[in-house]
Ligand binder design. Structure first.
Ligand code: HGY
Ligand code: MN
Ligand code: MN
Length: 424
């Protein structure tokens, strides 16, 4: 890491953007950004983050699930902390900003306090969560769940698409799966959890605003579907006699799309991954697996939608004589942001001279897991064109700078919730 990347040599926004680009060079694909949980690229990125945290004046370590954790002590060592975080894993062929913007901005804020020699009445911890996206092991938020003490040990036995279990992947990464429980933090150690994140949608851009206050993180349900029919010769089996798992899956996917489109509110459904086996041009597909992701503005609405989608898929499978296995791999309820934190974020935005605008998050975030041990607040930063989970994802320098200034102001003016026992 060259001295040129240090925060004091540039505006916060410029230095943050430079580091976002630097982190994005750590990828398993030369021309794309793909940094999946427990890969050697994630390990390399964790080393870079550890270095940046230490340079910013923090004690830093890798925890047993792979989260990179830094701590900047307050005036009194051992005080409860304001925790700042986001994730450093990515989807496949990702944008550079989803996750790293929040981690790097948080480190930049601590570096700025450290540069001024300023200590606060509370500690600041920065956590770069190792798995938010859930790309590898059919379960999301593994990093923040471990920290919140809600990690489900049964996930250790799940396998990635190459058959590697999470337990083995942890060992290869250099971690001890039997120590994951020690990553858990206690509620009394945290004053709050705050996350800054790219909006990943077009709302702030449409309103010409650099930043926004998040009101709630929408819940999501993910399912894994497997249809099994009968593989056969593409040239000899008449159409009427086939039990083609892929055409069955295609009908299911079309039905999901139609159902969500017909919904009057913001129900969204996505089939993002599909695998057909045996996978040859001249063989009728005998088995197909695909994923389903369903989100809605309210938990009730989402649950009803999931039930409807499941009924439709079951009917399609029955009619086509396909065996169906359908498992819920992930379910997260809507996580409301705490009003006392949204108030403090709003005050900081106004003090920086920007209009205060509140919006919900359609995307999932680590706050959904952190809410089990802390009140949660989120700051959104404008996203060019509303594009995310795509290589064109972009944040303007001025907006990265605005986000950093708002976060720094929130930290410096932070007041713990008044009724918090033991709060200072
Ligand atoms: O899928 C999500 O909402 C998040 O980006 N992981
Ligand atoms: Mn994200
Ligand atoms: Mn994402």
């Amino acid at each position: 890491m060259g001295a040129g990347t240090a925060f004091q040599h540039a505006s916060l926004g410029e230095a943050i953007a430079r580091r976002v680009h630097q982190l994005a060079t750590i990828s398993e694909e030369g021309d794309k950004l793909t940094r999946i949980y427990l890969t050697k690229e994630l390990r390399a990125a964790s080393d870079v983050l550890l270095g940046w945290m230490r340079e910013a004046g923090m004690n830093a370590h890798l925890d047993p699930i792979g989260n990179v954790c830094g701590r900047y002590e307050g005036e009194q060592p051992g005080a409860p902390c304001l925790m700042l975080g986001s994730h450093y894993d990515t989807v496949r062929d990702a944008g550079k900003w989803d996750g790293p913007l929040g981690v790097i901005t948080a480190i930049a804020c601590v570096a700025e306090l450290n540069r001024r020699g300023k200590r606060l009445q509370f500690a600041i911890e920065v956590v770069a969560f190792a798995d938010e996206e859930g790309v590898r092991f059919a379960s999301t938020l593994l990093g923040s769940r471990a920290l919140a003490g809600t990690f489900d040990e049964s996930v250790l036995g799940t396998r990635d698409r190459d058959g590697v279990s999470m337990r083995d992947a942890l060992v290869t990464f250099g971690l001890d799966p039997d120590r994951i429980g020690t990553a858990a933090r206690l509620r009394q150690e945290l004053l709050a959890y705050l996350e800054l994140h790219i909006e990943q949608g077009p709302v702030l851009e449409n309103r010409n605003l650099p930043v926004g206050v998040v009101t709630a993180i929408a819940g999501a349900t993910r399912l894994a579907a497997r249809l099994t029919g009968m593989a056969g010769h593409a040239g000899t089996v008449p159409m009427a006699l086939r039990r083609d798992a892929l055409t069955g899956a295609a009908e299911c996917i079309g039905a999901i799309e139609q159902f969500c489109r017909a919904d009057e509110s913001s129900l969204v459904g996505t089939v993002g991954d599909i695998q057909a086996r045996p996978g040859a041009t001249n063989v009728i597909p005998g088995e197909v697996s695909f994923t389903i992701d369903i989100r809605a503005p309210t938990d009730m609405h989402r649950k009803c939608a999931v039930a409807d989608v499941v009924r439709q898929i079951e009917a399609i499978a029955r009619r086509r004589h396909l065996a169906l296995q359908l498992d819920v791999t992930h379910e997260n309820r809507t996580a409301p942001c705490a009003p006392w934190l949204t108030d403090q974020i709003a005050q900081a935005i106004a003090a920086e001279g920007f209009p205060v605008f509140e919006l919900p998050s359609g995307a999932g975030h680590d706050g959904m897991a952190m809410i089990d041990i802390a009140d949660v607040g989120m700051i959104f930063v404008r996203c060019r064109g509303g594009i995310s989970h795509h290589p064109d994802e972009h944040v303007e320098l001025a907006d990265a700078d605005a986000g950093a200034r708002v976060l720094l102001r929130v930290i410096e003016n932070f007041r713990p919730r008044e009724d918090r026992a033991g709060a200072r």
